[in-house]
Write a protein that binds this ligand. Structure first.
Ligand code: OXD
Length: 311
């Protein structure tokens, strides 16, 4: 098969091409735009950020494989030609990194490290009230590949974990809350909230004044999926009023986050530049190779996106 690797801004282009060629020695891997060649020969596009309109120009395209776990930049934007299946990236390395990132912040907030940081600056020796791990209520929004992994590992560490999702995804040890109606009780019991939802029209702005105020006073928020989940002004208000204790933010509506954004200097915000978990070309190329082999054998790729649902 002829496979086109398309990414307008991948810093890792050469690494990706090397890994794809290593894992798919019997297939031809071309780099967009310089090696595109005869467009009619291309059957699979492996895309990060494809140029708008480019995929429409591939008349024999059979599937688009995303190098990103989140496909919100591809769905509903007129980028994927009608009827062409899109698969999202499920990369074991990205999943493991995301889970470690989440665990880092859950432990940080659980053990009040953010508060000790403030106290240290004022040379105040003030042990904070003890909360045993089994009594710490963590809530994961989105129990898909990433949220499910983080939830399972947090259960393993002994936390009291609940998960909220639009669809039922039962998990051992995790108290499940399903659908809009069950969002309020999920929030009411959540002291540390982790957002690992896909970004869709239904989840856009889901962390807003109403939902944040449903969290118990002193709750902490970890946002590491998409910045579009957060209504920035509402989060700032909840932090300023003291309703929320702290927020760890890795993703933003605008990236890079503009230097003037109040998140940068907010004393209760811990901020990282969208680094929680990136696709690792070494492991991800193995996943892409597996999907290509499936397609050669006449099966569809795995992890197909439901275009109507948006993930
Ligand atoms: C992704 C990401 O979706 O890194 O893969 O945000």
């Amino acid at each position: 098969m002829v496979i086109l690797f398309m990414d307008r801004n991948s810093e890792n282009k050469e690494i990706w091409l090397g890994e794809l060629r290593k894992n798919l020695p019997d297939h031809e891997i071309r780099a967009w735009p310089e090696e595109t060649g005869d467009r009619a020969q291309i059957e699979i596009a492996v895309v990060g950020a494809p140029a708008p309109g480019e995929l429409e120009r591939l008349p024999n395209l059979k599937a688009v494989l995303s190098t990103w776990a989140g496909v919100d930049r591809l769905v509903g934007k007129g980028i994927i030609p009608d009827g062409i299946p899109l698969a999202r990236m499920v990369d074991r390395s990205l999943r493991a990194d995301m889970t470690l990132f989440v665990i880092h912040w859950v432990l940080h907030f659980h053990r009040e490290i953010h508060r000790y940081g403030e106290l240290q600056r004022e040379a105040r020796w003030e042990p904070q009230p003890y909360c045993e791990t089994a009594g710490r209520r963590v809530g994961i929004m989105g129990l898909g590949v990433l949220g499910g992994d983080a939830a399972g590992k947090l259960v393993g560490l002994g936390f009291d974990v609940a998960g909220w999702d639009a669809i039922e995804r039962p998990m051992e040890g995790v108290t499940g809350f399903v659908g809009q109606d069950r969002l309020p009780p999920f929030l009411e019991r959540t002291e540390i909230l982790v957002s690992l939802l896909p970004l869709t029209p239904q989840t856009e702005g889901i962390l807003n004044r109403r939902t944040l105020s449903a969290l118990p006073r002193g709750a902490c928020v970890i946002s590491c999926a998409r910045g579009g989940h957060v209504v920035d002004a509402d989060l700032l208000e909840a932090l300023d009023s003291g309703h929320l204790d702290a927020a760890a933010l890795d993703v933003f509506r605008e990236e890079p986050l503009p230097a003037t954004h109040p998140f940068w200097r907010h004393p209760r915000v811990r901020l990282t530049p969208h680094v929680a978990a990136a696709t690792n070309p070494r492991t991800a190329a193995e996943e892409i190779a597996e999907d290509v082999r499936r397609m050669v054998a006449g099966s569809p790729p795995r992890h197909l996106v439901d275009m109507a649902r948006g993930y």
